[in-house]
Design a binder for this molecule. Structure first.
Ligand SMILES: [Zn+2]
Length: 241
């Protein structure tokens, strides 16, 4: 995967100034119900980072398959969504999903199985990864160098494994105006913008359907400025540059 600290000089399709990757994490019902129809309406392709223990995987497998078949990326977000319970406000992290209690070998094995699981869903051998909670340390050592070669790219890591020309807009952004403001003020030298969503009109950390639509409408109105595509497509362009 790309490990460049140099400024990216990828030429984006249609001479757009920046590329935007829309991510939808954790395999949530509201993404299938609300996000995908909205993306389809505008013809945007996104990346869905599936937490493979999500009940939606078996309950709505055909829909996830259809999501991949229609050009969206099913990204790896591990099976159990391991996060560090030792960080502040992490009382929700269950014991069996606590990154602090794992070994690097078991985390890497889980992520490999997640790739096989995703292959069984969409038949694809290549994809990207988003680390759950963006936590990367297992007993003080990052697991990222151990999985670099498994992916076209890894999203949003600040430990040097992520390209210096990209950054992430995430967290609790609730309105299109806030997202638009962040995008319009994005650092000049960073030309890959990652916008992370969770729930859309439901589930956790959600943005309303109306605000999500309003944001997609903005992107639709600014196609000359922004190239919107799945993260794997964006990073394949970067890697082949
Ligand atoms: Zn997640």
């Amino acid at each position: 995967m790309t490990n460049s600290n140099a400024k990216n000089d990828t030429k984006w399709p249609k001479s757009a100034k920046k590329a935007i990757s829309l991510s939808y994490d954790d395999a949530l019902n509201s993404q299938l119900d609300n996000a995908i129809p909205a993306l389809e309406h505008y013809g945007f392709k996104a990346s869905f980072y599936l937490e493979l223990q999500s009940p939606t995987i078996s309950a709505r497998l055909d829909e996830w398959r259809k999501t991949a078949a229609s050009g969206h990326e099913l990204g790896n977000h591990s099976i159990f969504h391991n996060c560090s319970a030792s960080k502040p406000n992490r009382s929700w992290v269950e014991k069996h999903r606590d990154l602090d209690k794992r070994s690097i070998d078991s985390v890497v094995a889980e992520i490999k199985v997640a790739n096989d699981f995703l292959f069984a869903i969409d038949g694809k051998k290549q994809r990207t990864f988003t680390p759950p909670c963006f936590d990367t340390l297992v007993a003080g050592e990052s697991y990222i160098p151990h999985i670099n070669d498994l992916f076209v790219a890894i999203k949003g890591i600040s430990n040097g494994a992520s390209p210096a020309f990209s950054d992430v807009i995430s967290g609790n952004v609730k309105t299109a105006d806030e997202l638009i403001e962040k995008i319009e003020n994005f650092p000049e030298n960073m030309d890959v913008i990652n916008v992370l969503f969770h729930g859309v009109g439901g589930d956790h950390l959600s943005i309303s359907v109306e605000e999500h639509n309003k944001f997609l409408q903005y992107l639709d109105n600014h196609r000359a400025d922004y190239w919107v595509d799945s993260y794997i497509n964006i990073m394949t362009l970067v890697n082949n540059n």
